[in-house]
Design a protein around this ligand. Structure first.
Ligand code: ATP
Length: 313
């Protein structure tokens, strides 16, 4: 697991701070009363079921949407400010690029629009995929277009990189290579990354921070290590068809039975008693348990909580 704590800005700097952020569409609330902070310098996975509100949250941070309630700040600045826009890059799910532009023209546009543009970094990403600079965007495969969109996002040299399901149309080798580039660039420059994804197994090697949302609300937030060690995965044999009573003192996120085997993911509150084997879950086990149990009590770790003074601001 990557551990980049300390690579970013000052330990107490927030890349994103959200206070009671809500967003309502005609069909209802897409996000509701979201309050959290994402400390600067982290690579954060944004996880949740389809329709949970992940894109909506990133679009608010990228100033593409205005929240219906609450406020969100990017490095302390309003998303619509020149400072936040200069420091933020958003790679949207549909990778919007001009289809009639060539790759070279696309990078040139990036250079003209962004004062801190890093042409070499952008060109290296394109070159690593053997994408011809003279090819028109409209003639590229989905994965090649994603690579060019990555190049544009990196070329901007953002302090906050918002990636909306960046890996979905990449083959496994390209995914591995581009994520390697992402980690190396982010480590070198202290970039904060917020990345939505459904690829839970790959998150463990990429992220050191996590935000989980479901039904528009925050379910879990914090350092990956801290969240994993706050939980225990219990396995045992069920004797009488009933969950063992000694679980009641803990916070139970999920229980499952398969034949006579009983498993439970809990947040222990004191010593674990009973005929259990207790292990620390891996990231995928933890996330699946929360995704399957949207009613489980949320866990927002101290590093993700916003202070009361800031809420009032
Ligand atoms: N422009 C819109 N108009 C109406 N409803 C919308 C609009 N955009 C999003 N929604 C709704 O808001 C909710 C959250 O959508 P959002 O795209 O943020 O979810 P998501 O977590 O990114 O989902 P996915 O994993 O499927 O990409 C969904 O119920 C969606 O249908």
């Amino acid at each position: 697991m990557s551990n980049r704590t300390g690579h970013g800005g000052p330990a107490d700097e927030s890349a994103i701070e959200a206070h009671g952020v809500g967003m309502k569409y005609r069909r209802g609330w897409a996000l509701r009363d979201c309050s959290f902070r994402l400390p600067a310098g982290r690579i954060c996975g944004l996880v949740g079921p389809n329709g949970a509100g992940k894109t909506t949250l990133m679009a608010i941070a990228a100033n593409l949407l205005e929240p219906a309630t609450g406020t969100l700040r990017v490095f302390g600045a309003a998303p619509e400010s020149a400072e936040a826009s200069r420091r933020t890059a958003f790679l949207a799910q549909e990778k919007p690029l001009f289809r009639r532009f060539t790759v070279a023209e696309t990078l040139r546009l990036g250079r003209e629009l962004n004062p801190g543009w890093d042409q070499k970094a952008a060109e290296n990403i394109v070159r690593a995929g053997n994408v011809p600079f003279e090819a028109k965007i409209g003639t590229l495969s989905g994965g090649q277009r994603t690579r060019v969109a990555f190049a544009v996002a990196f070329g901007k040299r953002p302090d906050l990189l918002l990636l909306d399901e960046p890996m979905s149309d990449l083959d496994p080798l390209v995914r591995h290579e581009l994520m390697g580039t992402l980690l190396a660039e982010a480590a070198e420059h202290g970039t904060t990354v917020l990345m939505s994804t459904h690829m839970l197994t790959e998150l463990e090697n990429i992220c050191d921070y996590l935000l989980v949302i479901a039904n528009g609300g925050l379910r879990m937030a914090g350092e990956v290590d801290e969240l994993l060690t706050a939980h225990a995965l219990l396995t045992g044999i069920q004797s009488d068809g009933q969950p063992p009573p000694d679980l009641a003192r803990h916070t139970v996120v999920e229980t499952r039975t398969s034949g006579r085997q009983f498993t439970a993911l809990i947040r222990p509150d004191g010593p674990i008693r009973g005929p259990w084997q207790a292990d620390t879950p891996n990231l995928e086990e933890l996330l699946l348990a929360y995704l399957r149990s949207p009613e489980a009590p949320p866990l927002i770790s101290p590093s993700s909580q916003v202070g009361p003074r800031a809420v009032a601001a």
